[in-house]
Design a protein around this ligand. Sequence first.
Ligand SMILES: [Zn+2]
Length: 283
Amino acid sequence: MTALEVPRSEVAVEEIPCRLCGAAARFIFRQTVLRRWDAGYYQCGGCDLIQTSEPAWLGEAYTSAIAAMDTGAIARNRLTGELTHAVAWALGIKAEARCLDYGGGHGVFTRMMRDRGYNFWTCDRYAENIFARGFDADAGEHFALVTAFEVLEHLNDVRTELKNLFSGQPDAVLISTQLHRGHEPNWWYYAPETGQHVAFYSSRTMRHIAEQFGYITAGSRAYTLFVRREAAIAPWRVRIAQRLVAKSKGNATHAWVRTALTLAPKLSTRTVSDNQAVKLMRL
Ligand SMILES: [Zn+2]
């Protein structure tokens, strides 16, 4: 196909089955993705998820040239690292408790959390683990905390991926994805220039997900925290963690999070002990 040919296939469809809940998702608008693909956007009447038409362009969306546009990757890891540390402290998660970074990419966040003293592991089917080698885990195991930052908006088969994310019944799940408040024309988070964002959630979608998997949810427009209803976490701890997340935006560490970090006891870093462990693994 040449760059001038615009694939139009299923965009004319009025309705598609929602990739999260299966209810009817109605056509709301169309736009060009990656400068040549005609994409339809559909909003679900059941769970409120906005999703693109079947994204045939995904292979093209994940080229290294597109990834090079993401200059905020490390700054984001620092921000989310501070929030995760504060939330883990609020929830009473101990240094030994196993935690997982779902969709952990090259393992930067996992390495940073291990440097902070937490027992973080990573899983990502689509990226090579470079910085946290030896610390790969499966989402089916039980974890005290699962994080998934800038992951959910990339999911095509939303229902299957979320089932996998929640499959080990983690006590808490902290995610970042920018929530929609209904369709707004030219919303930056659609990011049609990259083609990578194909699912957009609202607070209603998050409540739907929480109910499906047995969790309570709270958060801001940038971050959402799920806490398992049956988890043995004191309600006052949950309330503090929820407030920390609700106060947090995507671009700066909130004063409450900074305060929490000053109150949290310093944990022993795993930087050196991991080095010894990895030597023994003979990777
Ligand atoms: Zn739906």
